[in-house]
Design a protein around this ligand. Structure first.
Ligand code: AR6
Length: 181
């Protein structure tokens, strides 16, 4: 899927986020910023030790990263120049502020990218793996938050990189729902 929101190209595609050539990629991290499994593990493996070094400095300076917040490191050996690390919520039952916290994770990642003059970025599907956020709900939140932001601030491109074909289909359906409303 390929569309425009204002001047920003928005793309939904199946792939590996560590291989994206956007200026920044977003990491679905945890509050420790010390790496983990899933997309977080893949980014640290592909980007090398430089990313973890910078994460340690951030934690030494400001402590653990609260859910919904975002910080920036270099991309190490990745094609992307920067990694934006954000922490999505762990899904409990939807009544513990999970939707709002997921919205914050996307919004604060976009704001940080803008602040650093980044022109293109790739998102994974934050919170829908180990953190068990239902992907249909998460996709609607992700896409609507990004669309709302893009109405106010333009990038060259924002990409959503979904790991499986099934996840890509869920995001494509959510995109159609959002564009209709
Ligand atoms: N490229 C794109 N998407 C990927 C990749 C990849 N290389 N690898 C996995 N995914 P998860 P979360 C997808 O669990 O739910 C970590 O241990 C994956 O299929 O990575 O936010 C952190 O350290 C899923 O659709 O992130 C935290 O402790 C999506 O990325 C915790 O997991 C998110 O799954 C965060 O959990």
């Amino acid at each position: 899927m390929d569309a425009y929101v204002g001047k920003t190209r928005v793309r939904l595609l199946q792939g590996d986020i560590t291989r994206q050539d956007t200026e920044a990629i977003v990491n679905a991290a945890n509050s420790s910023l010390m790496g983990g499994g899933g997309v977080d593990g893949a980014i640290h493996r592909a980007g090398g030790p430089q990313i973890l070094e910078e994460c340690k400095e951030i934690v030494a300076r400001q402590g653990r990263l609260p859910t919904g917040e975002a910080v920036l490191t270099s991309g190490g050996r990745l094609a992307a120049r920067y990694v934006i690390h954000t922490v999505g919520p762990v899904w409990q039952d939807g009544r513990h502020g999970e939707p709002e916290l997921l919205r914050n994770a996307y919004y604060n990642s976009l704001s940080l990218a803008k602040k650093h003059g980044i022109r293109s970025l790739s998102f994974p599907s934050i919170s829908t793996g180990a953190y068990r956020f239902p992907i249909e709900k998460a996709a609607r939140i992700a896409l609507s938050t990004v669309c709302d932001f893009l109405k106010e601030h333009a990038f060259d491109e924002v990409r959503f990189v979904l790991f499986s074909e099934k996840d890509l289909r869920v995001y494509e359906e959510a995109w159609l729902e959002i564009s209709d409303s």
